[in-house]
Design a protein around this ligand. Sequence first.
Ligand SMILES: Cc1cc2nc3c(=O)[nH]c(=O)nc-3n(C[C@H](O)[C@H](O)[C@H](O)COP(=O)(O)O)c2cc1C
Length: 202
Amino acid sequence: MKLLHLDSSVLGANSVSRQLSAQIVARQRALHPGIEVVYRDLAADPVSHLSSAHMAVWQGGESQDDGLTADLHKGNAYLEELFAADILVIGTPMYNLTIPTPLKAWIDRIALAGKTFRYTATGPEGLLKDKKAFIASSRGGVYVAGSPAAALEHQETYLTGLLAFLGVTNVTVVRAEGIAFGPQAREAALGQALEQIASLSA
Ligand SMILES: Cc1cc2nc3c(=O)[nH]c(=O)nc-3n(C[C@H](O)[C@H](O)[C@H](O)COP(=O)(O)O)c2cc1C
């Protein structure tokens, strides 16, 4: 069994989403002894935004630039790691109402027609079957359904929608929100999320 662990917060050791994603991975290690974990810190080591130079190579051109070649190799490795994984654990804070840009850059390398999804006569079809995903979500405010800011929630909904588009529909969200509402609110949100992780049975 293989697990792909992604983090995307820029807050390093102070990050809530990193703490949650690490705990989810620890829980999965306990539930699946021997599971192989591949880790990517997307904040520390991101790929570039896609450019016309990337497109030219994707369309059959040759890269003349060592930096571009290395960046394309990293993107290919992302795809291989994703195909190999049975379980995805994605740590994501909310930044400006959505996911951090390095995580979006990861998505831009793995959401590929003909590889992870395809267009059919009846619409798009996700090609990533039999994978399970955990989203470790953190955010300063509160965006759950029914809250005043719920309509601005484009982080978890975007990521779960994207995963479903690729065929990954078995998704568990572990969330700590209201982190900016003071130390007590932060501890309560974190504690609740950690309890949820401890009770994961698969
Ligand atoms: C660049 C940036 C943008 C942010 N944008 C939002 C936002 O739109 N809504 C929100 O509720 N919190 C926002 N926050 C707060 C973070 O979501 C919050 O601090 C969260 O705990 C960060 O996750 P982390 O602890 O894993 O880094 C932002 C933080 C940063 C650094």
